[in-house]
Design a protein around this ligand. Sequence first.
Ligand code: SF4
Length: 331
Amino acid sequence: MNLPWRDYKTALFERYGEQVYRIAIDGGFSCPNRQNGGGGCVYCDSLGSSSAYQRPFEGGYARKGELMPGIDTFIGEVPHLSIAERLESITAQIERGKAFIDRRYGPCAKSIYFQAFTNTFDTLENLKLLYDQSLIDGPYKELIVSTRPDTVPNEVLDLLASYRSQVEAVSLELGLQSGNAKTLKFINRGHTVDEYLDACLRAKERGLKVTTHLILGLPGEGEGEILESARVVRESSPDALKIHHLQIVVGTLLAKLYEEGKVKAPTFEEHLENTLLLLRHIPATVVIQRLVSETPRHRLVAPRNFGDKAHFIKTLKEEMEQRGVCQGDAL
Ligand code: SF4
């Protein structure tokens, strides 16, 4: 499909000559923003966005289509596992992930994706054990590590860069979420825009790829804030961008604010306009890896009637074509 933005599937195919799928794993990490009473980001639950196939205990709710129980249940610390348990768990998760992907897409190339929580938040020694373990049954195309901009000291970036000899690319996924200081404070991100810019610079100096995460529809954000986020993205020159629409998830502080009527979630139409505006101000070379969030319905408080990803992508494509605009055309 010819799209008015630089889409991820095409970029992967151009780079590797085949489709590549991610095995998403939970390395048993925690997050500095949730520790010591930090409370975490207002939209974050303690399930830490791991993949559905890695959360079999949710199956009952998913099957019945029920919203999981609420506000206080999932806020809190992540269960602490020993390093031996984490290594064992990684092996099991990779096996499960491979089986799932092969069943769905047939035998294919894969990347390792440390997805849940802050995947650089540990001792250097533990990080090396965990990353090494994940690559044992390679070859994998990429090692992808998702983390916070304030949790990537130089020695961790050096360690990550050392895996460039084992995979074709090492990619750091950095949560920025907003380029606006006021919003970062409201959502309790616990890091600054400058820390994000600095992390990007140091990652790139070491030959790491960078993917930036942004959330659109955050409370208090309109056109001006989106343009500011786009400016920060341009300044940091990531290789790729993941765009999320704000979703309000059970067990989060944001869900509490939503129930009190203090915040709202963006509608389909609002996210369409926000995304279109953002894309027009992002250079056409930046790969767009994601356009919507995908919290399963049994964990989603709002927006409940957003529709699915395919419908959003189709509508965005048609809308951009109709208006004669494309990624980066407003620059
Ligand atoms: S940085 Fe990530 S894991 Fe940590 S509190 Fe925020 S969203 Fe949750």
